[in-house]
Ligand binder design. Sequence first.
Ligand SMILES: Cc1ncc(COP(=O)(O)O)c(C=O)c1O
Length: 400
Amino acid sequence: MPSISEKGRSMPPSPIRKLVHYAEEAKRKGIKVYHLNIGQPDIKTPEVAIEALKNLNINILEYTHSAGNESYRRKLSDYYRSIGIGIDYTNILITTGGSEAVLFALMTCVNPGEEVITPEPFYANYNGFATAAGIKIIPITSSIKNDFALPPIKEIEKKITDKTKGIIICNPNNPTGYLYSKEELFIIRDIIKKHDIFLFSDEVYREFCYDRAEHYSAMLLDGIEQNVIMLDSVSKRYSACGIRIGAIVTRNYEVLGTALKFAQARLSPPGLGQIVAEASLDTPAEYFRSVNREYTMRRNFLVEALNKIPGVYCPKPRGAFYTVVGLPVDDADRFAQWLLEEFEYKKQTVMIAPASGFYSTPGLGQNEARIAYVLNIDDLKNAVEVLHEALKVYPGRTMH
Ligand SMILES: Cc1ncc(COP(=O)(O)O)c(C=O)c1O
């Protein structure tokens, strides 16, 4: 039998993949599993988007322009301008989800063997995209001890070598929910400028900022206009993960022109998805206000309830809908499996994402887990109760 590729072999599987089997087994046994592990929101997609789908008036499901429909790109650039990002439609390339935006951006800007730096814990799929592009992710560790703030500038600069091609930030952050301040972004800007490297700024959670905190886009940073590549998606903004529409946004036309060649090879981003995404841009402001209120309530509940469990520490993130919690357990991977395989409380259990998969430094995140607050408040209450009961009896419990 012919062998598969080295690259294929080295592609990292999803860090929670091995737990899926245990979750399915638990469900087969009649146990209700609360999914605190995933980023699929239960929030309804805006009505304008659903209506656009229902009222489709097309005869041919055709390819679109490789860079995306001009009408959509024009309207999307209006949206960016409305939030202070001065660009026009020629600065936008529409992609198949934010996922393809990350992959195209990396393949466009970084040679195989070169490095990009990112604060860890980080969105685990960056590992997959980096492997696909043949590049190396160099982590700088942020710590739960200071709620995952940007590591000091010294630590970042120490990692810069002649192979460094850029920095990836995710703001607000998945998995930590950390929202970078303007000052932190200025620090990153100075490094980018000094070393003349790229800044890949993943801003797919831009709309999810709490406590009146404002999101500051990397596209607003002065002096590095040609270095910044913003990665975006409609998945979270409009609770529309399934339509697979994202974007690369940059003022660097060489980057766009090169990314377009990758885009031409895959012909077109989803046509139906673009119609829905274009319609979504008319979502009323009240939709976002009510989503924000809902997530603020869930976060407040979750953080308070988790911090009441002895030995648990949960920072209070100001963005996205995740938090990384410290757990009084020997090994969060083992704990997550035990929850599904051996534990139940009133015929219920929870699925969490062990944080080790979000770190690339071996051994880190061993007693941490990412928890997503994408469930309604009643389910969240039950889930936290189950977690509390579980920690009372887990054999590998430690006292922190
Ligand atoms: C940080 C981050 N970036 C990018 C993506 C990709 O999203 P999509 O491909 O659905 O647009 C996700 C999805 O969860 C994410 O969390």
